[in-house]
Write a protein that binds this ligand. Structure first.
Ligand SMILES: [Zn+2]
Length: 291
């Protein structure tokens, strides 16, 4: 495929409305990003958009060499993932024989923490480099390369399916969430983390909002993320701004990065929510598969 091939949408990828119009043209690292907004549901998205958004995520992205890298030190992040898994165990009311599928599992940090808690681990990533690294790190995990639609995965099987910083890369979110719904066991949950384009930072930074990236196709808000969940058969269990962890746990797992006072103040800041506007930027939502 020609890497620069583009497609132009005639309708909104969330509500199929045809009242879509240009919001901004942005240049990021030599790539033009055309941002449009749907007048019906408020979705903000790239249009026209790259047919192959994965072109922006080669080996350098995962190894930390690129300036926009997904790079972390696994060992340092283990306590954070462990706490987040503990939170998921409470939500699914299950502490043994848990099954997780991490979509966009990258180099497998979340799956490593899950396997240490005794979870059955599955992962999918478009990067064969990342899959190789994740498979080396997490023994007994089933980690597949490619798009979820091309992978052979069991239906009505998983307790938790996670999308951490993945949803914004997805061209057809409705098809993806419907697929996830079919893979989840009854009562299973989807866990999504993405950034709110209508957050304080989104408003202040405007067209310079850090989330406008060539590989990010859709920029969600509280409302559009909720609408997507509802449309694809999920009942929202809870949404948090910042992280889903309570203050005590955050002080424990984030104290290696930030001062206690910063964590405390950030926690208060993240409580400020007026409808679609949030003071904090990151959104975490749990959705339960409708029974
Ligand atoms: Zn729309």
């Amino acid at each position: 495929m020609n890497n620069s091939a583009m497609e132009t949408l005639k309708t909104c990828p969330l509500c199929s409305g045809n009242k879509i119009g240009n919001l901004w043209n942005i240049e990021k690292r030599g790539t033009e990003i055309y941002v449009e907004k749907c007048a019906v549901c408020g979705l903000i998205f790239q249009n026209p958009r790259p047919l192959d958004p994965n072109q922006f995520y080669e080996e350098d992205y995962y190894s930390g060499k690129a300036s926009y890298s997904y790079s972390r030190n696994s060992d340092e992040d283990l306590p954070m993932w462990d706490a987040r898994l503990s939170n998921m165990e409470v939500a699914i009311k299950k502490r043994s024989n848990n099954r997780i599928l991490d979509i966009g599992c990258a180099t497998g940090d979340l799956l490593l923490a899950a396997s240490k808690r005794g979870w059955e681990c599955w992962g999918v990533d478009v990067s064969s480099h990342a899959v190789k690294e994740a498979s080396r790190k997490v023994k007994n995990a089933k980690i597949l390369t490619g798009e979820i639609f091309d992978c052979d995965l069991p239906e009505n099987y998983f307790d938790v399916i996670t999308l951490f910083e993945v949803l914004e890369h997805i061209a057809n979110p409705i098809a993806l969430l419907q697929k996830i719904n079919s893979l989840l066991a009854p009562g299973g949950i989807i866990v999504i983390q993405t950034s709110n384009v209508n957050s304080f930072k989104g408003k202040i930074q405007g067209k310079n909002f850090y989330y406008f990236e060539p590989g990010h196709l859709i920029y969600y808000s509280v409302n559009t993320l909720r609408f997507l969940l509802k449309k694809t058969g999920f009942k929202e269990k809870e949404m948090w701004i910042g992280s889903e962890l309570d203050l005590k746990t955050e002080l424990k797992v984030f104290s290696m990065y930030y001062s206690r006072i910063y964590i405390f103040l950030k926690k208060i800041f993240n409580k400020v929510i007026f409808g679609d506007f949030t003071a904090g930027t990151v959104m975490v939502v749990y959705g339960r598969k409708n029974l």
